[in-house]
Structure formats: C-alpha cells, structure tokens
Write a protein that binds this ligand. Structure first.
Ligand SMILES: NC(=O)c1ccc[n+]([C@@H]2O[C@H](COP(=O)([O-])OP(=O)(O)OC[C@H]3O[C@@H](n4cnc5c(N)ncnc54)[C@H](O)[C@@H]3O)[C@@H](O)[C@H]2O)c1
Length: 431
C-alpha cells in the first residue's frame, strides 16, 4: 500500500521535526486528518504546546483541538512514523554564511528513526542542492539505507507570512517536489489533504529549493531599490511615499515600500543563494547590492535622526530618543534579526539616551538578544521619537500624542511614512 493510503488509514504516522512558526501549524493541520507526532528539541516549548500554547504566539488554543497529535521531545517517538517533515531554522552565522547546523542535526535525528519505505520532506528554506547534497548523505550513512530505493526524499517550501492571517498554510498554493515521479505524486497527494488551493508539482527538488529562495531574494532586491530611492529623494527633499503613490497609479508599477528589512527570511535567504552561487564561481552583484542597502538602513535612519536633532539646535550628546517598535516587522512578537537593533545601537554610539517601546516584543528576549530592553512607560520629554515599525496600534496615534511625549522642538521620525500629512507642528522626517 502506498504511503498516502497508509496515512489516511492511520496505519502510518507523520512526524514534524521542529515546531516553530512553520512546523507547528503544519503538524496541527495534518493532525486534523492524520496521525501526527510533533517533535522539538526544546522541552520548555514542548511543555507549552502540550498545554495548547503556541510558543510563537501565532495560533490560538483552539488550533490544538480535534487533533490526533503526540507532542514530544523524545526522538524515540519518531520511530513509529513513516513520513517525516523537517521544519527547523536555517539561519546565517555572524559572517552571513548559511548555518546548516540545526538542519543537519534534525537530519541525524530523522536518520536514526528511518525505516525502509519512509519519506523525508524538508520544509526549511535552503539553497538549491542542500537536500540532496547535504542531507541525503547523512540519512543514508546513519540509517544504512539507500536513497531512492529504500527511502524517498522531497522538498516543500513554506510560504506563511508571520502576522498575516490571510496568507496561511492552508490558503496558499504550496510547492511540492520529490526525488522521483512516484514520490512527487505521493507527497503532492498528502499535502493536497490540507492545502485548499492545491499544490504546484515542481519537476525536481532543486527547482523547489530555488523557487523558495528567489521569492524572498526578489522581495529583498525590490525593497532595497525603494530604500535607495528614499536616500536619493531624501537629498532632493522629495517625499518618497508621495512619489510611490504617484508612480503606483501605473498598472505595472510594483508596490514595494522602503523600510528596515529584518527577520529570518527576507534578510537571510539571499545569503543562501549568494553562498551557493560562489561555489559555481559566480560572484553575485545585484543580490549583494540589495543586501548591502537593506542592511545599512538602520544606521542610515540613526544618522538622519542625528541630523534632525542638530538642525533644530539640540545637543546630540545626552539627547533623549524614543524608538517605537522593536520587532523585525509589524504585528509580530519576533525580534530575531530585527534591524531596529542597528538603529538603537547606532543612536547610543552618538551618546543619545534611547528608550524603546513595543506592544508585542518581550523585554527579556530583547535583553537576551541585544542587551537592551523595553521602557514600560515612555516618560515624555523626548527630543525625537522614531516610529520604526508600523504596528497596528500605532495607526491611530495623533500628533497630540507625540507632542505629549516630546520636549520643545520635538521631532518625529516616521520610518514607514504612516503619519505622512498628519504632522504639522513637530519636525517631521520619513524614509
Ligand atoms: N517563520 C516564517 O515565516 C517562515 C516562512 C517561510 C519559511 N520559513 C523557514 O522555515 C524554517 C523554520 O523556520 P521557523 O520560523 O518555523 O523557525 P522557528 O525558530 O520558529 O522554529 C524552529 C523550531 O525548531 C526547533 N528545533 C531547532 N533545532 C531542532 C532540531 N535539531 N530538532 C528538532 N527541533 C529543532 C526549535 O526548538 C524551534 O521550536 C526555516 O528554514 C525558515 O527559513 C519560515
């Protein structure tokens, strides 16, 4: 009997390795129809999930209801499973090189549970070739089984968007791929059980890997272009958002906006591609240029803030600045790889006293990651306020609110341009 039928009859189980932003929704969605084991190495996270709490803060407790799932930190529980899905992080190291350690560690865990006839499908974002060149040899070596003959492998990248309730796992077409025609069909049918608009069958694993990486590299490059425009227009004293609104009336003008590009996808994935390109002796230029521009924006905004302070006659040293928003993007609590950190650290290097507030971020996580935390109640008298992230609760704030927190000759730095045309008395600057 094929794996698809076995899973449907609950004669076989699915395992999901890594229950984070990506893995937990997949595990729970499959567990509405099939038998699932959800495995994570962090026992504290496992305990939370056993109590129906999503440690990533994305899913409500109801998402755990009516599911056939065992959530565990014991790798032995994977032995009962035949279709393994790997969804562990794929970050970069401090030199922006791919850090495959979590992926390879998860692969070793799966390899130790692998049986004849099993499937392993990777969901973690990687460069083209990582599944077959980096992971398959480990699966073969530790299991003693032969790839393609004894076990099958596939790749199905994830498209969820943190904080986005519209584009979810079940509502967006998913790319699937397999190591041969049979595995492609089996993997496709299994994912079709949960993805309402269906799946796209990519011809090879490498195509599926490449497709995911360019989705994010494309966004990175487009946003970098917007950031560069904003630097140019800033010098010309032209408001970038006014320009984009005007140009956006043309049918084929692409809608991207300037801003800080952080997180573990758009700001990271292009590095996976540049790394792999170098192996093929191609030195990426356009992708690197985009990364350079986007990685510089936190420092650029800090510099603009300092210029504004000087322009209104304030003493930069010991001036007080409030930074509103610390997460890597709007309406999420994730602070990993947040470029707001560059902004805060740069401001502090000018001798500026910086307070930070955020309705979603955790004080402890910020302290742990960047060495600065949150100010519980902004105390007013700020020489400048920087709205760095366009969180929903900020949308309704008025000039009166910012004035109530500002010292004389106050400045509002509106990184995302959300208060454009609404600020008349404070000195206003936006990207
Ligand atoms: N978060 C997103 O929006 C998103 C979107 C598309 C793709 N991706 C990709 O999906 C992958 C997972 O990202 P994420 O955001 O879910 O990560 P995450 O950090 O939220 O979660 C990863 C989970 O894996 C666990 N883990 C780490 N090493 C493990 C191991 N060896 N064995 C078992 N569990 C392990 C961690 O404890 C954590 O719970 C990455 O490759 C990422 O680039 C993420």
């Amino acid at each position: 009997m094929a794996i698809y039928e076995k899973l449907l009859k609950k004669e076989a189980s699915i395992s999901v390795i890594g229950l984070g932003y990506v893995g937990l929704p997949i595990a729970l969605e499959f567990a509405r129809k099939l038998k699932v084991v959800g495995f994570d190495i962090k026992p504290d996270r496992v305990e939370m999930m056993k109590n129906h709490i999503d440690p990533s803060g994305e899913l409500p407790a109801e998402a755990f209801q009516n599911t056939d799932i065992l959530i565990t930190a014991d790798p032995d529980d994977l032995r009962s499973c035949s279709f393994h899905i790997v969804a562990v992080p794929t970050p970069v190291d401090k030199h922006n090189l791919p850090d495959l350690q979590p992926l390879l560690a998860a692969t070793k865990t799966v390899a130790q549970a692998l049986k004849k006839g099993d499937y392993v499908v990777y969901e973690s974002t990687v460069y083209p070739g990582a599944t077959e060149e980096d992971c398959v040899p480990i699966l073969e070596k530790l299991s003693g089984l032969k790839f393609s003959e004894d076990f099958k492998v596939g790749f199905s990248p994830e498209r969820i968007n943190p904080g986005d309730q519209e584009h979810t796992l079940t509502s967006v077409v998913k790319i699937v791929s397999g190591c041969d025609d049979e595995s492609l069909e089996q993997i496709a049918k299994i994912y079709e059980l949960i993805v309402k608009p269906g799946v796209h069958r990519a011809p090879t694993i490498r195509v599926a890997e490449a497709a995911k990486i360019i989705e994010n590299a494309q966004r990175d490059i487009n946003i970098a272009f917007m950031n560069e425009l904003s630097i140019i227009f800033g010098r010309m004293n032209i408001n970038t958002y006014d320009v984009l609104e005007a140009a956006g009336t043309k049918w084929n003008f692409l809608k991207f906006y300037p801003g800080l590009v952080g997180g573990h996808c758009i700001g990271v994935d292009p590095y996976y591609l540049t790394y792999k390109a170098a192996e093929y002796r191609y030195h990426t230029k356009v992708i690197n240029a985009g990364r350079y521009v986007n990685d510089s924006m936190g420092f650029y905004v800090a510099k603009q803030c300092v210029k504004q302070l000087i322009r209104v006659g304030k003493n930069v040293l010991n001036s007080k600045v409030l930074v509103m928003g610390a997460t890597f993007k709007e309406n999420v609590r994730d602070i990993r790889n947040s470029r707001v950190a560059d902004l805060v650290i740069e401001l502090k290097q000018y001798g500026i006293l910086v307070d930070i507030s955020d309705p979603y971020a955790s004080h402890e996580e910020l302290m742990h990651e960047y060495g600065f935390g949150l100010t519980t109640i902004p105390d007013g008298n700020y020489d400048a306020i920087i709205v760095a992230v366009n969180h929903k609760p900020y949308a309704d704030l008025t000039e009166e609110y910012f004035k109530s927190l500002s010292a004389a000759k106050g400045i509002l730095i509106d990184v995302k341009g959300i208060f454009r045309n609404k600020i008349h008395e404070l000195k206003y600057w936006s990207l």
